[in-house]
Design a protein around this ligand. Structure first.
Ligand code: AMP
Ligand code: GLY
Length: 419
């Protein structure tokens, strides 16, 4: 079978790597891919939102299964577009992807189906948003309604910070039309975790738990990023907590979508805050997290293609998805300056040395070829993952591998997986 993966980051590298272990696949393609993915798949330089070109490519190459990594094509309806052409694609349709592409839709949905989440109000006029902030006081959370690559959320410790966030989103239009509306939300305190499920719209199958490090600096300081590292499993997501997450959040969410006439298929990701032993939804994503995918897929012990096909054919209940015991730790190597401005095109050395380490995988997030060299091409450059008997072992392996990789302005957090 020929498979196409859409995207070109660390998550897609992990998807391609996982698929490459399947003995049912005779060709893996990736659009657009990156320098690391190119070792396992044929990379084709087509943008993730150029649906016409992607569909032409899938038909021309007789692709039998397409898997979508990032949120932007899902939010723009890539699944609907492929399905209209009779092509097999795994992921939620545009209306289902609104759980991520519109935070106001997601919050209203959560409220309708009584799924625990922070108290909130949605505003399309900045003056009213600020009045509400004054009424509620700080700390308070300000969120852009639409997609903002993980950067549209501001946890404001003072009212002034909250006003500034509203201005940044609504008046300075930092995220364009994603800032037409803002959500002002109660600030929850607790422990955060990421929880993802596979679903075919009927069966909801949990993945192992993971945790993302969203802030740029150690000890969770500084602005939010797309994610600076992840590990799996999370010690406070006990089997009992997992049952609670499934029964109070994931299963009601998929059932709720069905009641709305939406058959949600693919991966559903919940960003959770566990407060006083109870899980609350901070956000939904309609796809694998990045870097959570890298951490979780390092522990997957079932053929990912089998899962993808079972989702599409709505027979996920027939499958037993297995996970490796032990733990994984993934550390993102970024360009210094990210999530603000940074320099790219830096030559990366030591990749082969690092990859030789046992139980280590160097996932490429933003790399490209410059002649025969591999260079950085975006804010998040690499994601070094390691698998071990426990978090401590995995962490040691990951950080040891990182030391072998060099590029100018390499920046990473040293506290990923620290308990
Ligand atoms: P989100 O993209 O909605 O997951 O938000 C990014 C980060 O902001 C989360 O991982 C949390 O650390 C923080 N956050 C979001 N919503 C809240 C909330 N209601 N209370 C406290 N922190 C939050
Ligand atoms: N790491 C969080 C996300 O992928 O949205």
């Amino acid at each position: 079978m020929k498979v196409l993966v859409i995207g070109g980051g660390g998550r897609e590298h992990a998807l391609v790597w996982s698929l490459s272990k399947s003995n049912k696949i005779k060709g893996i393609y990736c659009c657009p891919g990156n320098a690391g993915i190119a070792e396992l798949a044929k990379c084709v330089d087509v943008a993730v939102d150029d649906f016409e070109a992607l569909i032409d490519f899938a038909k021309y190459e007789w692709i039998e299964c397409t898997i979508v990594g990032p949120e932007v094509p899902l939010a723009r309806g890539i699944v609907d577009a492929f399905q209209r052409e009779g092509l097999n694609i795994v992921g939620p349709q545009k209306r289902a992807a609104m759980l991520e592409s519109s935070k106001s839709f997601a919050k209203d949905f959560l409220r309708s189906y009584k799924i625990p989440t922070a108290e909130y109000k949605v505003f399309s006029y900045h003056v009213h948003a600020k009045e509400y902030i004054r009424l509620k006081g700080a700390p308070i959370v300000v969120k852009a309604d639409g997609l903002a690559a993980g950067k549209g959320v501001f946890v404001a410790l003072t009212e002034t910070e909250a006003f500034e966030a509203v201005d940044y989103i609504m008046n300075e239009r930092a995220f364009g039309e994603a800032g037409d509306k803002v959500i002002i939300e109660e600030c929850l305190f607790g422990k955060e975790a990421s929880f993802m499920v596979f679903t075919d719209g009927n069966t909801v199958m949990p993945m192992v738990s993971s945790q993302d490090y969203k802030r740029i600096y150690e000890n969770d300081k500084g602005p939010n990023t797309g994610g600076m590292g992840a590990y799996s499993p999370v010690h406070f997501i006990t089997p009992e907590m997992e049952d609670t997450i499934m029964s109070t959040i994931m299963v009601p969410a998929i059932a709720g979508m069905k009641k709305e006439g939406i058959n949600y298929k693919g991966v559903l990701y919940a960003g959770l805050m566990i407060k006083n032993g109870k899980p609350y939804v901070l956000e939904f994503n309609c796809r694998f997290g990045d870097p959570e995918a890298q951490a979780v897929l390092m522990r997957l012990d079932t053929d990912l293609l089998d899962i993808a096909m079972a989702i599409n054919e709505e027979r996920l209940h027939e499958l037993e998805v297995k996970w490796k015991d032990g733990a994984s730790v993934c550390v993102v190597l970024a360009s210094k300056g990210y999530p603000g401005g940074y320099e790219a095109q830096k030559t990366i050395t030591g990749l082969e040395d690092a990859a030789k380490e046992q139980d280590v995988m160097v996932f490429h997030s933003g790399t490209a070829f410059s002649g025969s060299s591999v260079v950085s091409s975006s804010g998040r450059v690499l994601c070094v993952g390691a698998y071990g008997a426990d978090i401590h072992t995995a962490k040691l392996l990951a950080y040891r591998a990182i030391e072998k990789i060099q590029f100018d302005n390499k920046y990473f957090r040293r506290d990923i997986g620290k308990m």
